[in-house]
Design a binder for this molecule. Structure first.
Ligand code: UD1
Length: 381
């Protein structure tokens, strides 16, 4: 059997690492070897957004690079399809495996189906219900086309059944991101928070505290938060008046967000605040380490919501909806939705600060999801 799996953007890398390891494990034990090729579309291309993840998670170098780079969604999807079609025609795989919900996921699943290649989607069935989100479009199309839909939780399976997906195409395998978290948490725990700060400092002349002390951790990149001046400006007001008055804010900043802050004239305000420590995008272990000791996470990332759930870090999710409801407080998780309404952020932030860490492990988030993914593909008929 020949499998091509695809990565394109940062959140894909931690999902593909355990999958590749599970294929290697399969190949040492099984009679029939799986031939595997890794394709990197190149949507994320900076060393800090891509290369460091391959190194720190020990992912073998991609066999094929499509070098698509930045651009509008149509450009990224179109370029990926054109390049990936050639790869499929040359390599003729039995399966294309896509993960998550980025533009590479959409582009490669569409191209594979047009070339009559079976598609397996890892992390199928997540739905935010918000069609304005580019990722929701990617999820809907990919799931509609996939032959095998591997779901991270029971709610995702219910979503797919409601959409008419046949039961035999759905397999509940658990959350593959948590395989990586479990494999890497001991390494991460050995890092020193102050060293992580010093190694990744973005501001020149920033004041680094002697002790990390109490700190909130922030990540933000979604168009709904960073693409409009009035929204981004209000979030910055909240950070400065509320979060920074309680302690330090550590913020590894996404390239999209940095560009937008600069374009809206907000960069200087953020940069010059002594309580805000701006970092370059950090690597996987560094983020995990910062998360382990944060008093609170402020994020619009789906993956971090999941990691906060397992680590128990109280999390304010800067969105009005989530495709990962299992991570919410009402389901026993650590996260609460605050959208981009400052009054709501303020109220929940006050409440959250008093909350102790409450780790939670949803069903099958056990570190063995990748093995179940490989079994499901091999057993498919
Ligand atoms: C993408 C994913 C999103 C994921 C996020 C994680 C889609 C639709 N979105 O959003 O689901 O949560 O990645 O990071 O696929 N840029 C750089 N260097 C890079 C990569 C990007 O400077 O290595 C710049 C680009 O020029 C672009 C901006 O960052 O202007 C955003 O990159 P883009 O690929 O459009 O999507 P993300 O916002 O990162």
């Amino acid at each position: 059997m020949k499998i091509i799996s695809v990565v394109g953007a940062r959140p894909n890398f931690m999902k593909i690492a355990p999958f590749i390891r599970a294929i290697e494990k399969h190949n040492t034990a099984a009679a029939e070897n799986i031939e595997h090729l890794l394709v990197h579309t190149g949507q994320h291309y900076d060393d800090r957004m891509s290369k460091v993840f391959f190194e720190s998670l020990d992912i073998p170098a991609a066999d094929i690079h499509l070098d698509v780079g930045s651009g509008s969604h149509a450009y990224q999807v179109g370029q990926t399809m054109i390049q990936f079609e050639k790869v499929l025609q040359q390599e003729k795989p039995d399966w294309v495996v896509v993960v998550g919900d980025v533009n590479a996921t959409l582009a490669c699943s569409v191209t594979a189906k047009k070339e009559h290649v079976r598609v397996c989607h890892i992390e199928a069935g997540l739905r935010s219900g918000d069609i304005e989100m580019p990722e929701e479009i990617n999820r809907l199309v990919t799931d509609r086309l996939s032959d095998l839909l591997l779901t991270p939780d029971m709610l995702s399976g219910d979503n797919l059944r409601r959409e008419g997906v046949a039961d035999e195409s759905i397999c509940f395998v658990g959350n593959i991101m948590i395989d990586t978290l479990e494999a890497q948490r001991h390494t991460a725990a050995q890092l020193d928070v102050l060293e992580v700060i010093k190694d990744n400092l973005l501001q020149k002349g920033a004041v680094i505290p002697d002790e990390p002390g109490e700190y909130a951790l922030m990540t933000m990149h979604r168009p709904s938060n960073v693409d409009r001046w009035e929204i981004l400006g209000e979030i910055i007001d909240f950070l400065i008046t509320d979060v920074c008055s309680k302690g330090t804010l550590i913020w590894p900043i996404h390239p999209r967000t940095q560009k937008q802050l600069q374009a809206f004239g907000l960069w200087e305000r953020v940069q010059s605040n002594e309580k805000i420590i701006l970092l370059h995008p950090v690597n996987y272990h560094e983020m995990l380490r910062l998360n382990m000791s944060a008093s609170c996470m402020l994020t619009d990332s789906g993956g971090l919501q999941e990691e906060c759930c397992v680590l128990g870090t109280p999390c304010l999710t800067l969105r009005w909806n989530t495709e990962r409801p299992v991570t919410l407080r009402e389901h026993g998780g650590a996260s609460v939705l605050v959208g981009n309404d400052v009054a709501r952020m303020r109220e929940e932030y006050e409440k959250t600060l008093g909350n102790p860490r409450q780790p939670k492990r949803p069903e099958l988030w056990d570190g063995r999801t990748a093995e179940r993914c490989v079994e499901a593909i091999v057993g498919y008929n």
